[in-house]
Design a protein around this ligand. Structure first.
Ligand SMILES: CC(C)(COP(=O)(O)OP(=O)(O)OC[C@H]1O[C@@H](n2cnc3c(N)ncnc32)[C@H](O)[C@@H]1OP(=O)(O)O)[C@@H](O)C(=O)NCCC(=O)NCCS
Length: 250
């Protein structure tokens, strides 16, 4: 059993190694500046992930909800926000840990389309990272991914509304090249995005594939771990299984 378990971990690690390109500094989508080395797979979310998004946002404490939404959102208000999320018009991305908990979330709210169906010129971005996962660069990477997505969707300006005291968010925005304007306790950051190119489309496609593959590997590894745990449980509680039938049979 132990051998099977270590095989799962070894395969999982091997998969991650295979997925991880050589430690390269990928240029960020919007600025072309080098980001921190190392790749963090980010997955696009669909309506199938609504409950995970709900769990993630409800896990934010009162102070974080003020930073994220601009007011002290109650559980009921967070629930209503999640219920209203439009996964077709907007774009949501997430970072999952190996237990498939959604530890970081980006919501790119695209402006309504114009009369001829072309995408609006701007988009609003909201980010959240669970407290235990902060400071690892996830917020910055989600920002870069959202900017890359917005750029390839034809959006020209990315807007971030934040409180002026939200030092971490404003640092992420500034690092990506955004202009920050303060107005009383509030701040607004704007990032102008260049038009999409073949290169930006290929990089977005690669990032999407990486996020998808990483998620599937984690999901399969989790299923295997759960299966092994169930087997171990049965092994522990059922003498007939433990004794290969000999105990039960005498
Ligand atoms: C803002 C938030 C998403 C950042 O997530 P994160 O994963 O910790 O972000 P990163 O690790 O990518 O980077 C944070 C940056 O801010 C810096 N930072 C963190 N706290 C800081 C502080 N109090 N003062 C100054 N800089 C700070 C970090 O050093 C880091 O900068 P560096 O990469 O140059 O070292 C996270 O704190 C969060 O979820 N907050 C609550 C919700 C929120 O505020 N959302 C934003 C409004 S939409």
């Amino acid at each position: 059993m132990l051998a099977a378990k270590s095989w799962v971990h070894a395969s999982f690690r091997a998969g991650r190694r295979w997925l991880r390109p050589a430690r390269s500094a990928e240029p960020t989508a919007a600025t072309g500046r080098a980001a921190t080395p190392g790749i963090v797979p980010i997955r696009a979310l669909s309506a199938a992930h609504r409950e995970r998004v709900r769990g993630h946002l409800l896990a934010l404490g009162a102070a974080d909800r003020v930073l994220r939404f601009g007011w002290r959102a109650s559980d009921a208000q967070v629930e209503a926000y999640v219920d209203r999320l439009d996964f077709v018009r907007d774009q949501l991305f997430g970072i999952f840990n190996r237990r498939l908990d959604l530890i970081a979330l980006a919501h790119l709210a695209l402006a309504p389309r114009g009369p001829s169906g072309q995408p609006g010129d701007s988009a609003d971005l909201g980010l959240s990272v669970l407290p235990h996962a902060r400071g690892r660069g996830y917020g910055g990477r989600l920002f870069a991914r959202a900017a890359m997505q917005a750029r390839n969707t034809g959006v020209g300006r990315l807007a971030i509304q934040a409180l002026g005291r939200n030092a971490a968010m404003l640092r992420i925005a500034r690092r990506a090249g955004a202009t920050v304007q303060r107005s009383g306790p509030d701040a607004e950051a704007w990032l102008n995005l260049p038009p999409a190119t073949l290169d930006s489309r290929i990089r977005l496609w690669r990032a999407a594939q990486l996020g998808e593959t990483d998620y599937r590997l984690k999901r399969d590894a989790k299923r295997l771990r759960d299966w092994i745990a169930r087997l171990q449980e049965a092994w522990a509680v059922r003498p007939d299984v433990r004794g290969g039938g000999r105990v039960a049979g005498g």
